[in-house]
Design a protein around this ligand. Structure first.
Ligand code: PRT
Ligand code: ZN
Length: 284
């Protein structure tokens, strides 16, 4: 029995999806120009597909699980379960209008022509806001539509915003925030569920490790109390005596988002020789 995993064949989600699965120890060899590949170190098989096709494959159970953007998932409206948010492929689906236009709210869109590759999500937003507008579905280069007179506004994916900027457009309203998610077939049988939970355990350990750092520092014993209070650690920090009398080495784990603030406070509290080391896996 193998867990069949669908990921994007090439594109913005490919690298991160492969990295995640391989950081989980699956041992998948490069899939470029291949439709599928077996994992060397886990009972799994990977299918390389266009992202648009992934929800359908998973709905049908042809793939047991898949990695796909929430934007594609919502647009396709397929019956699959979201198992985990994966933290990469982050973007937003937003309306943009020509620079200089005054956008006062959704009412601006009344009677306008809107170009998008996401007609379903766009229409849902318009319906919720009681707006009648004309949607033009375009599969690529949506941002060109206003300059060639095809549309008054676009509803497109944005990450840095530079594509909109370069096309003289201004982002005015976000209607969806998206990231890559792990989805599963709704009727997985128990042996596959078991494989999935093993994989999920590894995914969580990998992701936890990515957002945490191992910190080692030296502290004079009389500041230890203050320093320990600044370091949560997994249970509590490890404290070991240094060869030099009156000093200790303190080891702990810090999450990335609080990292720089804490390091400053630790230095103020007397910490020296601070080392920060990446964590490969973190199992709580
Ligand atoms: O061939 P296939 O159908 O598999 O790929 P695709 O061309 O449909 O998708 P791809 O590889 O472009 O994107 C895959 C997924 O990545 C999307 O469905 C999103 O979930 C996610 N993602 C994250 C993005 C972006 N960021 C993104 N910036 N997808 C597209 N873009 C495009 C956007 O459409 C616009 O053209 O990038 C441009 C804007 O980028 P900025 O940085 O200039 O704002
Ligand atoms: Zn696509």
């Amino acid at each position: 029995m193998k867990l069949k995993i669908a990921i994007q064949k090439s594109g913005r989600l490919y690298e991160d999806s492969m990295k995640l699965l391989n950081d989980c120890g699956l041992g998948i060899r490069n899939g470029h120009n291949q439709l599928k590949s077996s994992a060397d170190a886990f009972p799994a098989e990977v299918y390389f597909l266009r992202d648009d096709d992934i929800p359908q494959y998973v709905e049908d159970g042809v793939a047991h699980i898949g990695i796909v953007g929430e934007n594609v998932l919502l647009e396709k409206g397929k019956e699959v379960s979201v198992v985990e948010h994966l933290g990469f492929g982050k973007c937003r689906l937003s309306f943009a209008v020509k620079k200089g236009e005054t956008y006062s709210g959704p009412l601006y869109l009344q009677g306008k022509k809107i170009a998008t590759s996401y007609p379903v999500i766009t229409q849902n937003f318009l319906t919720e806001n009681n707006i009648q507008a004309e949607i033009h579905e375009i599969s690529g280069s949506v941002e060109l539509a206003p300059s060639i007179g095809l549309a008054d506004a676009v509803c497109d994916l944005v990450s840095s915003g530079s594509t909109l900027f370069m096309n003289g457009l201004e982002e005015v309203q976000t209607i969806l925030k998206s990231q890559a998610v792990l989805v599963k077939y709704k009727k997985l049988d128990p042996s596959l569920e078991k494989l999935l939970s093993q994989l999920l355990f590894r995914i969580r350990a990998v992701r936890k490790a990515e957002t945490n750092k191992y910190v080692l520092l030296n502290a004079p014993n009389d500041s230890l109390e203050k320093i320990i209070a600044l370091l949560p650690g997994m249970k509590s920090p490890t404290v070991l005596p240094l060869a030099q009398e009156g000093w200790s080495s303190v080891h702990s784990v810090l999450s990335e988002h609080e990292f720089w603030d804490r390091i400053e406070l630790l230095r103020e509290a007397g910490a020296q020789g601070i080392l920060v080391v990446p964590i490969e896996k973190m199992i709580l």
